[in-house]
Design a protein around this ligand. Structure first.
Ligand code: FAD
Length: 292
């Protein structure tokens, strides 16, 4: 099918984009990489009257370090993240996550902001962003607000973003010195979306005890979430194999796993435990910048 007719805008600045979003309200859709929006429009599951292509807003493309934190522009593509030298040095979890998204075409067009705004329950970045305690920066014509990632994902394809807001940046605190992080997923073989994907970040303290841990899970439920029961089990303890195995079993505690043509709820629950264990093992092996 071809999309329903729409009027196309290609603003060159954020101010211009914000004015268009404000003027056209619910009848408009932002276009970033188009890898979720365009399939929906072709199926006529989405039929916006106005499409605002923000791809030419140069200020949203950068990946940089600012005031001790990492700043990722909404229009950074998955390829930009995968190949960013800064991120490889400071936050390798993100390049590792970007590298397993879709295929080359998807990674060269799809954007960080588009993925996080769309909030597909099987998308990869949400798990990593949860594990990294990221902050979402939302800008409207009346100003900017910062949304902690733990509050950002609300429901299936639903976030805290309000009409009139553009996701402009993602802020990530620089990971602590003695920390390691890893993302492991079971991909759906055709699309590579996660049937279960787990990102773990672990910081070790005195006596090699786990000082802090953050586990983000995607693919399993209607929205990505932090596995707090598993995290609580690990805090203050030495990362012994038995403890890690028990904690991994808890990553779906309190969650109602999805069931669809790709996997049953029981399968997703079992896969989440396996991939949580793998992510935790890899994160701990990387503490202090070790490669694994
Ligand atoms: P678009 O499609 O342009 O937009 C998506 C939605 O977000 C639209 O509603 C749009 O209005 C809104 N939006 C876009 N940017 C902003 C913004 N800055 N502020 C507010 N709203 C905004 N993803 C994975 O994580 N893992 C995978 O394995 C994977 N496999 C894929 C395989 C295929 C074949 C395809 C087509 C996609 C796959 N994706 C996967 C999704 C892909 O990663 C894209 O990132 C995702 O489609 C959205 O990003 P986009 O830039 O294309 O957004």
């Amino acid at each position: 099918m071809i999309p329903a007719p729409f009027e196309y805008f290609a603003p060159k600045s954020l101010d211009e984009a914000l004015r268009l979003v404000e003027r056209h309200g619910d009848e408009a859709k932002l276009l970033a990489g188009g890898h979720s929006l365009l399939p929906l429009m072709r199926l006529r599951l989405s039929a916006p009257r106005y499409v605002i292509d923000i791809g030419r807003v140069r200020s949203l493309h950068s990946i940089r370090e600012e005031s001790g934190r990492l700043v990722i522009g909404a229009l950074a593509t998955h390829h930009d993240v995968e190949t960013s030298e800064l991120l490889h040095i400071t936050c390798p979890l993100l390049p590792e996550t970007a590298a397993v998204i879709g295929d080359v075409q998807v990674r060269s067009r799809g954007t960080v902001g588009g993925s996080l705004a769309h909030a597909d329950p099987a998308a990869d970045y949400p798990a990593a962003m949860l594990a990294l305690d990221a902050e979402i920066v939302a800008t409207s014509s009346s100003g900017t607000r910062v949304i902690p990632i733990a509050e950002y994902f609300v429901d299936l394809l639903t976030t805290q973003l309000r009409p009139g807001e553009i996701l402009t940046e993602v802020h990530i605190p620089r990971p602590a010195e003695r920390s390691g992080a890893a993302y492991r997923k079971l991909p759906q073989p055709a699309s590579h979306f996660a049937l279960a994907g787990v990102a773990a970040r672990v910081t070790l303290g005195a006596g090699e005890k786990i000082e802090s841990v953050a586990i983000g899970v995607t693919g399993v439920a209607v929205r990505a979430y932090r596995a707090t029961a598993a995290e609580q089990m690990l805090i203050g303890k030495i990362a012994a194999p038995k403890l890690l195995a028990e904690a991994a079993e808890k990553v779906t505690d309190g969650v109602d796993p999805l069931a669809d043509i790709h996997a049953s709820a029981a399968y997703r629950r079992a896969a989440a435990a396996v991939y949580a264990r793998r992510a935790l093992d890899a994160a701990i092996a990387r503490v202090g910048g070790k490669k694994s």
